[in-house]
Ligand binder design. Structure first.
Ligand code: PMP
Length: 446
């Protein structure tokens, strides 16, 4: 049975972000079950989920409260369309999100993946200006983002992305965007310098292109796929001020950093920032089912009000927009955030792991440890003094060694990324960091 499911997987499934030739040449990991913070494979091996099943899992796997809510909804209805009709869970979820969202975000537009949520935000921003004044804003089609940005895999979202390895091949298909340096302290002499260079470049772009820019899009506080780049405190607030000064819309892509990852429900709350558009995905449903949203302010929404279908309407929608099962999962997730004090748990975990992070930092092979909430990046170096980037294969071997010790983490190039299930027990999070320390100290990966 085990052998055959592995073969079936390797014969029929095309995996994402995966070189399939390599994948089909090695024994695959096939997950069969989940239990709390553990994943269990078809051979019965247990692994601590140190990447929250790609940054999504909040309460643990196979949580009975989550399961029961989803099953109860299935007993009512699984899906009906949001085109021309509403439904109960999508109405209640929109209300719950608006009540918790920062600032004047007052409307919720549903989709099913983070990429779609970003695509929608870009289209809304672009059309917003068109609706405001089609003549004046005829040329307002530029977007600005950060170097190394990652906002998803659709053509629109990769247009504003800046990860060469992911996006390079599609270059001829992408629309024009402008990228400014990311405030990555490790790449500069100091946090202050990183922040100054980035903000000066941003202001220069705003001054130069002004009314040609639709919006600036940013992953608040930390750039995930860029290799967990933690922005200096105060950077996001300064970005918001520049956007306001030049009247450029601010899109917060919280697909990765939202929903508790940073210790607050929304990452922008940490700096009192109020974006015009905000995207959520991943942890929104506790990591159970795919759902994403794009939230908008009244300023944006009102510009789409018109007299008929052809007049200002946002002509966008997906088949499963507002699906009842996914919205129910998100509603239950939010309820459990309060009931189980998820944010309190996250904050305590962050506090508890500080000594372990400092210990990692002291290792010779570690160039940088950067943490923002429960997102931890450990960048390997082959020469600390010059910050020489370690070969990616080192990080890959560390990931493999961790797996052999029953812990799943991932690497982005030379950066090891630890993104635990939010409600993972403190001792389990500590176990990940202690095991990583041992693996790095033993240096068997060289
Ligand atoms: N934005 C950010 C910041 C992300 O990290 C991701 C996915 N990792 C996305 C958007 C795209 O989300 P999805 O994979 O659900 O399309």
């Amino acid at each position: 049975m085990t052998r055959s499911i592995e073969t079936i997987d390797q014969t029929y499934v095309w995996h994402p972000f995966t070189q399939m030739k390599q994948y089909t040449e090695t024994k695959p990991l096939i997950i069969e079950r989940g239990e709390g913070a553990y994943l269990i494979d078809v051979d019965g091996n247990r692994y601590l989920d140190g990447y929250a099943s790609l940054w999504v899992n909040v309460h643990g796997h196979n949580d009975s409260a989550m399961n029961e809510a989803i099953i109860a909804q299935l007993g009512r209805i699984a899906h009906s369309t949001l085109l021309g009709a509403g439904n109960v869970p999508s109405s209640l979820l929109a209300k719950a999100l608006v009540e918790r969202a920062p600032g004047p975000l007052s409307k919720v537009f549903y989709s099913d993946t983070g990429s779609a949520a970003v695509e929608i935000a870009l289209k809304m921003a672009y059309q917003y200006w068109k609706n405001e004044d089609p003549k004046r804003y005829e040329q307002r089609n530029l977007f600005v983002s950060l170097e190394g940005a990652y906002h998803g895999d659709t053509i629109g979202s990769i247009s504003v992305g800046g990860v060469e390895t992911f996006h390079g091949v599609f270059e001829p298909l992408l629309f024009e965007t402008i990228q400014v340096p990311s405030p990555h302290p490790y790449a500069y002499e100091s946090e202050d310098e990183a922040m100054r260079v980035s903000l000066e470049a941003l202001e220069h772009v705003f001054q130069t292109y002004g009314e040609r820019i639709s919006a600036f899009i940013i992953e608040p506080l930390m750039q995930a796929a860029a290799g967990l780049i933690r922005h200096p405190d105060g950077y996001l607030k300064a970005v918001e001020s520049l956007c306001r000064m030049y009247d450029i819309l601010l899109i917060a892509d919280e697909v990765a950093v939202g929903f508790g990852r940073t210790g607050t429900l929304f990452a922008v709350e940490r700096e009192g920032v109020e974006p015009d558009l905000l995207c959520l995905g991943k942890g929104l449903t506790g990591g159970y089912v795919p759902l994403a949203v794009t939230m908008a302010t009244d300023r944006i929404y009102d510009a789409f009000l018109g007299t008929g279908y052809d007049d200002r309407t946002f002509l966008h929608g997906h088949t499963y927009t507002g699906n009842q099962v996914t919205c129910t999962a998100a509603l239950k997730n939010i309820e459990l955030f309060d009931e189980r004090n998820v944010l309190g748990h996250v904050r305590k975990t962050i506090e508890r792991i500080q000594p372990s992070l400092r210990r990692l930092e002291a290792l010779d092979v570690v160039g940088d440890v950067r943490a923002q909430g429960l997102m931890i990046g450990v960048e390997l170096t082959s020469d600390r003094a010059t910050k020489r980037v370690a070969p990616t294969v080192w990080a890959e071997r560390v990931v493999e060694a961790m797996k052999e010790r029953g812990i799943i983490i991932r690497n982005i190039g030379p950066v090891l990324t630890i993104v635990p299930v939010l409600m993972m027990a403190h001792d389990d999070v500590e176990r990940i960091l202690t095991t990583l320390y041992d693996v790095l100290r033993e240096r068997t990966f060289e």
